[in-house]
Write a protein that binds this ligand. Structure first.
Ligand code: AMP
Length: 288
């Protein structure tokens, strides 16, 4: 495994692998099993796997946790090597953004709801850095987690609308044994918060059962999911939504695939989770 922090070396290295299929896993580091599941799939499906670790300032709002975002590059390197990564691309902010950008990319659909509502500009920052990273790495396949389902929907649309030559693969959310979705930000949770955070997935799973039963309308489902969540948790929601997926539009009846998504704010961490559910109430475990 080699670690590269600049564009020249990256270009030189990739020139040697021109004929190979490249699988790419973009991350902000502080790797956990969620990231590792993406790496495993990439290693399985491609000749070469590139992992990027870059905490992208462009996707953080002024009052968000860019400075304090957890970082542990040495541990990340050990894990990446163990799981078969060939190249880690770990650029500095100066390498990625040497000067003020002349252009901006604005996500004009799917970005003013769910996480985009409380994080204006977040997805603009995500697609900007991804465009740069896709151009630098030129992957055949890029792997994303369904945990960030809105991001996945936006990336799918981005690649399709701009004809970017990369396949996007969305993989299932990896969870703690309790059901809590793995997240780099889980380190911010107290033990009590971790216990109560299990109600995110419990209430979403209950919602999926209600969809499967085919007995309730969208409002009734949302009300029941809310009460299920509140049984164990007095944290207030940032959002709880049932939308079409990947279009992310309001629905009154469930006629095609939907996302049931939740965000809650704990003292130091904002947690998100979701289930993507087909019209028969089955929970999807990949979205390509
Ligand atoms: P991040 O480092 O948080 O930007 O995440 C990098 C990638 O890992 C994104 O595509 C995430 O959706 C994915 N990811 C994060 N957490 C999980 C998880 N628990 N299960 C599966 N994928 C995840």
């Amino acid at each position: 495994m080699i670690i590269i922090d600049n564009l020249n070396d990256m270009q030189k290295e990739l020139k040697q692998h021109k004929q190979k299929s490249i699988g790419y896993v973009p991350t902000m580091g502080f790797l956990h099993e969620g990231h590792l599941s993406l790496i495993k799939e990439s290693v399985k499906e491609n000749d070469l796997t590139v992992l990027s670790i870059f905490v992208n300032p462009l996707q953080f709002g002024p009052n968000e946790d860019f400075e304090t975002y957890p970082r542990d590059p040495k541990h990340d390197e050990t894990l990446a090597e163990k799981y078969g990564v060939d190249i880690i691309f770990m650029p500095t902010t100066e390498v990625m953004y040497p000067k003020k950008l002349t252009f901006s990319i604005e996500v004009t659909q799917k970005a003013d709801i769910l996480c985009g509502k409380s994080r204006p500009g977040h997805f603009d920052g995500v697609v900007t850095v991804l465009l740069k990273l896709f151009n630098i790495i030129q992957p055949s396949n890029a792997y994303f987690g369904m945990k960030d389902a809105q991001q996945l929907a936006i990336v799918h649309a981005f690649v399709e609308e701009f004809n970017l030559p990369v396949n996007i693969k969305g993989l299932a959310t990896v969870r703690e044994p309790s059901g809590l979705a793995k997240s780099s930000r889980n380190v911010y949770l107290s033990e009590d918060e971790k216990d109560s955070a299990v109600s995110l997935i419990e209430s979403l799973t209950y919602g999926a059962e209600l969809i499967k039963s085919n007995k309730y309308n969208v409002n009734e489902i949302l009300e029941q999911v809310k009460s299920k969540f509140s049984e164990k948790n007095n944290t207030s929601f940032e959002y709880l939504e049932l939308l079409s997926y990947p279009d992310l539009e309001k629905v009154t009846k469930i006629k095609s695939t939907v996302i049931l998504a939740i965000a809650v704010k704990y003292k130091q961490a904002r947690l998100i989770d979701n289930l993507i559910i087909d019209k028969n109430g089955n929970i999807l475990t990949e979205f390509n």
